[in-house]
Each structure stands twice: as structure tokens, then as C-alpha cells.
Design a protein around this ligand. Sequence first.
Ligand code: CP
Ligand code: NVA
Length: 311
Amino acid sequence: MDAFHLINISDLSDPDLAELFRVAAELKDAWRRGQTVDSLRGKTLGLIFEKPSLRTRVSFEVGMNQLGGRAIYLTQAEIGLGKRESVHDVARVLSGFVDGIMARTFAHETITNLAAHSRTPVINGLSDFSHPCQALADMFTALEHFGDVRGRKWVFVGDGNNVARSLCVLCGRLGVKFVLSAPKNYELTEGFIADARRDVPDLDYQLVSDPLAAVAGADVVYTDTFTSMGQEDEKTQRNRIFAPYQVNSPLLAAAGPQAAVFHCLPAYRGVEITDDVIDGPQSLVFQQAENRMHLQKAILHLLLSKPRRPL
Ligand code: CP
Ligand code: NVA
């Protein structure tokens, strides 16, 4: 693995991506057969959370346990990142104790600051800007399901948010067409797409505001909450604006029977997705959630065995 930190998908080279998906498949296979891989015996991961979590916290903690290491859960109430102590000092002190840091923050800059001063790898467990571990686990799920993803059509219906940004770049890297269907003012910005094209010159990105038109022939229909953590004050307005973007049975019928349904969870059932779709035969949502652990075990296995940087 060339990368030292995993902050954004762009930190990963093409060989890094291939290695991650290969190791995740191997670790998942060993786990299924009841075999133990304890490559991180004696290692500790520090988990910093400014926001709540089910999947990210549990999958990283259990993933570390399964690899023979352990994780320490640190909330903002305890460490006061940037308040009780500067991000700089937390990074320098914590990285002297642990072998890696996973952080979930509001500001993306908090994670880049942690990484700038950490002696051990920093993993982005979601910021307001991106959610790379989610996108990687999602693509791993698509690879399991389709075998090959190149040339497929991935349609994200909803808010042009942190999850959409990471998926857009990752789809571009793997030759997957990425379509966003979002209401006006909630699209990916032109600045973001311009930056993404600098990283991925042949990015195949399209904005189609009509969701029924967008999903036609989709291999993946993906949605996420309309109101991300930190946007709770906008919930009523967002639910009204995004109502036509609900992933429901008419929308799935417009996509076709080949379409697999994805949602990163937590889902607000009856808001961005209906029960019959999330629990229906085209849904991969719970396989996708489980794969967070397998894919992140590969990240941990590859990053936490790196030599630490000097003090
Ligand atoms: N998808 C995801 O990151 O879930 P949590 O917020 O529960 O970690
Ligand atoms: N976009 C959502 C993802 C949750 C995993 C949020 O930021 O709250």
C-alpha cells in the first residue's frame, strides 16, 4: 500500500485500490470459514467521534478485535478536540500511543490537520466533505455482486453530499459511469467536479435532475439520507425539496430488474427510501453494511503495519 493516510479516495493509487479489494475478499473468505488472521496483534486503533455512529464504530472496533488488536473509543466530550486541546497537540500525543487513528468529524479540515501532525496513519471515518470507507465498501459490494464494474451505470439519487463525493471519484477511478440526480442547489458543485476531473481525467459524470430519467438502465440505484448529521435544522425544508427523489417502487421499476439498490444507512424509511424497496429482492443494503467491516479490516491490515513516522 503506497498511501500512509486514507483521507480521500484520491490518496489511493490504482495498485492500492486493487490491493484493498483483494485483501478484503481474502479476509472475508477467511472470516466465513472461521479462520483467524491476527496480523494486528498488539496494535491499537484510536477512534475519535464528533458525531454518532453504529456501523463505523462497531465495524472498526470488531475489525480490530478480529485482527488481534484493540480499539479505544474517544468522544468529543472526553478529548475536546480543538477545544480542550488543539487538533495539532491531540494528533502528536495520541499518535505516540496508538498505531492508527480513525476520525469522524464535522469539518474535513480537522481530519487533514490530524493527519498533518500524526506519526501513525489517519483514516477518515466520515467528514462533512467525504466518506471514503463507505464508498470503498460499496464498491467492494458491487464487485461481489457484478463480478466486474467497468462500464456500469451508478446512479445516486438525492443530496450531492459527502457519500456522493467519495462515490463519484471512486466510480471515475474504476471506469463506472456516475449519474447524480439531485434537486437544484443540492448538486455536486462545479468546483468539485473540476477537481475530480484533475484526479480522474476520464471521469464519466452526468447530472440528470429528473430521477425517473436518471435511473433508466442503472446497475446501481443509490440513496442516502436527505438530511446529513449537522443539518438537522434544515430537515423540514429538505424533506419537502427532496420528496420527488424518494427511492420507491415506481422509481425502481423505471430503473429495471437489473438494478441493485444501495443505501449507506442509517435509513429514514418512508422518507428517502420505502420499506418495500430497502427490504425487497433488489436490495443489497445489508450486505453493503456488513462489508464495511471486511473492507475496513483490509485498510487496517495494510495501514497499521507501516513503520511510524519520527517524532
Ligand atoms: N454508514 C455509516 O457510516 O453509518 P454510521 O453513521 O452508523 O457509522
Ligand atoms: N450523509 C450522511 C451519511 C451518514 C453515514 C451524513 O453525513 O450524515
